[in-house]
Design a protein around this ligand. Structure first.
Ligand code: FNR
Length: 354
């Protein structure tokens, strides 16, 4: 099925028309005044490219690897909760789309489908995102399940000691039907895997999480660990000291409003990391040129959350494929128009500085 949307903005508009008010608030909403939500997108437009001419671009190659995993193009799907709010196949459809496109899905802890279902749908092409619970034994059990099911990495979200104040969601709350099982949330004990609303999930998160817990996590698994939600060179440095990779993110503007954008934070983090770890980025990526700019400034790959959810809402697996295909095609064209042939040709010289 060919979908008519020419770009991700058109998909966003179309999805807004089909989502329930609560799902729309949940997906689109950011924290407080949503300054950071807007800044995430605006930041890309403000950066100008320095294209080179008279380069043979008759063949461009956007393939790459992340943590040794081959990707057809350097765009993956960021973890986001509750895909089942918009499509019955939920995370399984998203995972199939990502794997089918040679991309990568990061499965949220807070998913409707189990990590084993996703592993089955996308063998070898998924990472698992972990929220560390107050109950470390529950977290340890989840890590073991993810490792046993073949996750390529453990992405530990560290910007969420508490959920940010998302006012649109407070106004129009998402209700998870009583009896719904979120199979990666909470222990597999009677009563504790059933959620009635998101505040229960908030209560599972541990605001006491600190670097000593990262050392504990590092000791629990052989999987590569990626810390998601870092925004400073200082924390990137600590991540490396703890043997972790770095995911630069402000959680799509859903946590600390007016936080620095990932794009703005990227140069200092790339300097601090200096090639010793991998760097990923998310937040506001809507165009192939956005991907290009993040890669030029030091990201190994970028991730999208909302655009994938819009695709899922519009057409399930086909819709998520459409999201990824648009980004891939736009990236190929932008690379060629910049006079670059492959991802490894990209560097900070691509970005204009006054
Ligand atoms: C998220 N995000 C997120 N992050 C995470 O680590 N675990 C999660 O469960 C979720 N859930 C979630 C739900 C929804 C509806 C959204 C929009 C986002 C944050 C996500 O991984 C990512 O950091 C940003 O959303 C990226 O920005 P874009 O691509 O949405 O602009």
């Amino acid at each position: 099925m060919a979908l008519p949307y020419l770009n991700l903005r058109e998909m966003e508009e179309a999805a807004a028309a089909v989502l329930s008010p609560a799902a729309l608030a949940y997906y689109v909403g950011g924290a407080n005044d949503e300054v950071t939500v807007r800044a995430n997108r605006d930041g890309y437009a403000a950066l100008k490219l320095r294209p080179r001419m008279l380069v043979d671009v008759s063949q461009v190659d956007v393939s790459t690897t992340v943590l040794g995993m081959p990707l057809a193009f350097p765009v993956g799907i960021a973890p986001c909760a509750l895909h089942g709010l918009v499509h019955p196949d939920a995370e399984v459809a998203t995972a199939r789309a990502a794997a089918g496109m040679g991309s990568l899905m990061t499965l949220s802890t807070m998913s409707h489908r189990s990590l084993e279902d996703v592993a089955h749908a996308a063998p070898g092409q998924w990472w698992f995102q972990l929220y560390v619970y107050r109950d470390r034994e529950v977290s340890r059990a989840l890590i073991q399940r993810a490792e046993a099911a073949g996750a390529g990495a453990l992405v530990v979200t560290v910007d969420t000691p508490y959920l940010g104040r998302r006012e649109a969601i407070i106004r129009t709350p998402v209700h998870i039907a009583p009896g719904t099982v979120l199979p990666n949330v909470g222990p597999r004990r009677a009563g504790s895997e059933h959620l009635d609303d998101l505040s229960y999930f908030d209560s599972l998160l541990d605001p006491g999480l600190s670097w000593s817990d990262v050392a504990w996590l590092r000791a629990q698994t052989e999987l590569p660990i990626v810390l998601k939600g870092l925004l400073t060179a200082e924390d990137a440095d600590l991540a490396m000291q703890h043997g972790c990779h770095v995911w630069v993110s402000n959680h799509g503007g859903r946590q600390l409003d007016t936080a620095v954008t990932a794009l703005d934070a990227l140069p200092e983090i790339a300097d601090a990391v200096a090639g010793r770890a991998e760097i990923y980025l998310d937040g506001g990526v809507m165009r192939g040129t956005d991907v290009l700019k993040a890669l030029a400034l030091g990201a190994n790959a970028v991730f999208v959350a909302r655009p994938a959810l819009y695709g899922l809402a519009l057409a399930g697996e086909t819709g998520v494929r459409h999201t990824l295909a648009l980004l891939r095609e736009e990236l190929c064209l932008a690379l060629a128009l910049c006079g670059r042939v492959r991802i490894s040709d990209l560097g900070p010289d691509l970005i204009f500085r006054r």
